[in-house]
Design a protein around this ligand. Structure first.
Ligand code: F6P
Length: 357
């Protein structure tokens, strides 16, 4: 008999349900009795004891369903040690819920912030197993996060659609792609959709190089240019500022996002019309793609194995197509970024994609 607490935390993505299904099916298949306590809206449910009992039936038919049947919310790690408005100690409250329900293990699905809190709870003595969720693919220690590939598919489709209209009108188009502080999503969608210029946070851009690439295309008879721009992309000037200086500059920044500033600068320098498309949260929506369904099922099965073997304090990972585990303390607070020297960047440059540097 195992009593499992389950929660999904942070921004949602397409394969959360598929992953929970994998965990629960794995446990129910191997164990005689499993009690599942689903916490509502992420750590919030654990803090305030908002939960409902679930059975394996609740996890049937959800492989293809996006979002999360448990709900989710952002509970910033930084705020975890700060009492709530009623003076409640959140960490103690989470421990209280865990012990009150006599849980054997807490299973947490989430991104970087979520993993930090999972590590904190593990250090506080709770049995925790976590799984790497995010469309950003920026979790340290795993080759891939679930949700990423589904988001790549959506962003790629957006750029594909923009391609035809950009070509008809001879326009410069910017498609702004999510990804928070890293460029994985933009890089993959940009290459998959044949973007001409890809701007990533990891490779600060030089506006002159960006416009040179646009002009070069014009000279070669291509009147349109597609830029895949990460929401975290940054100019080389801004990248040189200290955190404090950048924050000050951003406070006065009139642009809603990086694409608007970039569009204005391109127009000034080339005189070309620039349009912006921001797919935004559509990138986290809809059904998980087949790749994610498989990955989630495998990660979920691995998490079930860890729970059955009482191996706690780990995040489940995928490395070279093998499901594995890594201690939470080794990944908490680390970010997996695109290396500017990576082969994928060299290969993209080789075929003429500009990174604006
Ligand atoms: O981490 C996933 C993500 O979609 C990022 O790519 C993006 O920056 C952020 O979440 C958006 O957060 P929210 O849903 O809170 O607006």
């Amino acid at each position: 008999m195992k009593r499992i607490g389950l929660l999904t935390s942070g921004g949602d993505c397409q394969a959360l349900n598929a992953t929970m299904r994998g965990v629960v099916k794995g446990l129910c298949n191997e164990l005689d009795q499993v009690e599942i306590y689903g916490f509502e809206d992420g750590y919030k449910g654990l803090i305030y004891g908002e939960h409902r009992m679930l059975t394996s039936r609740d996890f049937s038919g959800i492989l293809t369903v996006g979002g999360t049947i448990l709900g989710t919310s952002r509970q910033p790690f930084k705020q975890m040690r700060v009492p709530d408005e009623n003076g409640l100690d959140k960490v103690e409250a989470m421990k209280h819920t865990y012990y009150k329900l006599r849980l054997d293990c807490l299973v947490v699905l989430g991104g970087n912030g979520t993993q930090k809190t999972a590590n904190l709870l593990s250090e506080e003595g709770l049995n925790v197993v976590s799984l790497p969720k995010t469309i950003d693919n920026d979790i340290w220690g795993t080759d891939m996060t679930f949700g990423f590939q589904s988001a790549v598919d959506i962003a790629t489709n957006v750029i594909d659609c923009i391609h035809t209209t950009a070509a008809s009108h001879n326009r410069v188009f910017i498609v702004e792609v999510m990804g928070h502080k890293v460029g994985w999503l933009t890089l993959h969608a940009g290459i998959a959709a044949g973007a001409d210029i890809i701007l990533l946070p990891e490779i600060p851009y030089d506006i002159d190089k960006v416009t040179e690439a646009i002009e070069r295309r014009k000279k070669n008879g291509k009147g349109f240019t597609i830029l895949a721009v990460a929401e975290g992309a940054i100019s080389k000037e801004d990248a040189q500022l200290s955190k404090k200086e950048l924050k000050k500059k951003m406070e006065k920044n009139p642009y809603p996002s990086v694409s608007y500033e970039l569009a204005e600068r391109i127009k000034e320098k080339t005189g070309q019309e620039v349009r912006i498309t921001i797919p935004g949260h559509t990138q986290r929506g809809g059904s998980p793609c087949p790749y994610d369904r498989v990955l989630s099922t495998r990660l979920g099965a691995k998490a079930a194995e860890l729970i059955i073997n009482k191996e706690y304090g780990y995040m489940v990972t995928v490395k070279n197509d093998k499901m594995d585990k890594i201690p939470l303390k080794e990944i908490a607070g680390k970010l997996k970024m695109v290396s500017p020297d990576a082969d994928i960047i060299k290969e993209a440059k080789m075929i003429g994609i500009s990174f604006g540097n």
